[in-house]
Design a binder for this molecule. Structure first.
Ligand SMILES: Cc1cc2nc3c(=O)[nH]c(=O)nc-3n(C[C@H](O)[C@H](O)[C@H](O)COP(=O)(O)O)c2cc1C
Length: 253
């Protein structure tokens, strides 16, 4: 049994490679019954500033898992910092023993810092990473990836910056521009239902959100930009193996 959260398809793709019946966390969270039992249970999540997205944390806090083998695969772009250690510690605080936590490097979809066209051009050896992880999971390996010194330093730096300037990373800087055609795709890919069409244009309901960037990355008009920093407003990303319909099905509220 595998659960995933995905804004731009990386985690969706990886979870499907591990189990074709993987379940989307935003959809599972709509249901009342959050008790799960299986021989193995896994979560595939993006890394957000070294941690897990809030929606994944809410899921782990609310759900109960009965299993002999619990694992977390965190996809990331350029620096996995303390991701596996942080995720297993978070689970431990919820009474969950994590047997395996590892990371997998993919395209970095963090638009404020990265040009996703440059990211797409890099060969991050995804199939090779995935087959090593599959092998580990088949062998039921016990392993928690430990952060490097550099990873810890980066985590501390990023944490300090986001504490001082929360608007960089809490969704406040997401701006819907006049290019919006009112197609409503952003409404459908937002995992928390934070966008509505009003008067033929997309409008954010709350100023802050998960900052997953599903709206900006999946907007066909590139009408959603980062107002503080947007490395390349003309470059947007969705995993090549994942369709827009897949993201909608996973996230629509
Ligand atoms: C708010 C936010 C924070 C992120 N923080 C990190 C990070 O600390 N380190 C990193 O390497 N990638 C980071 N990323 C990139 C994503 O973890 C990465 O692109 C992931 O594979 C996206 O998965 P998805 O396509 O399933 O949404 C961040 C992305 C977002 C939107």
């Amino acid at each position: 049994m595998i659960f995933y959260f995905s804004a731009t398809g990386n985690c969706l793709h990886i979870s499907q490679q591990l189990d074709s019946h993987s379940q989307s966390i935003p959809q599972v969270l709509k249901t009342e019954d959050l008790e799960f039992e299986d021989e193995t249970i896994g979560i595939v999540t993006p890394v957000y500033a070294g941690k897990m997205p809030h929606i994944v944390r809410r899921f782990i806090e609310k759900a109960t898992f009965k299993t002999n083998y619990f694992y977390i695969i965190s996809t990331y772009g350029m620096n996995d910092s303390v991701a596996s250690e942080w995720a297993s510690q978070f689970c431990k605080e919820q009474g969950i023993k994590v047997n395996y936590a590892n990371t997998l490097q993919m395209v970095d979809n963090y638009l404020p810092s990265f040009d996703v066209n440059e990211q797409k051009a890099m060969d991050k050896k995804i199939p090779e990473q995935l087959s090593m992880i599959k092998e580990d999971l088949n062998q039921r390996k016990n392993f928690i990836k430990q952060p490097t010194e550099d990873g810890r330093e980066k985590y501390d730096l990023v944490k300090a910056r986001f504490t001082e300037y929360p608007e960089i990373n809490n969704g406040e800087q997401i701006k819907i521009t006049d290019k919006c055609s009112g197609c409503g795709i952003c409404v459908r890919v937002c995992p928390i239902g934070n966008i509505k069409i009003i008067g033929g244009k997309a409008v954010k309901i709350n100023k802050t959100c998960e900052f997953c960037l599903a709206c900006a990355n999946n907007c066909p008009s590139k009408a959603i930009i980062m107002s503080i920093s947007d490395k390349n407003p003309n470059a947007r990303y969705r995993n090549e193996h994942v369709s827009l319909q897949d993201i909608i099905k996973a996230n629509e509220q």
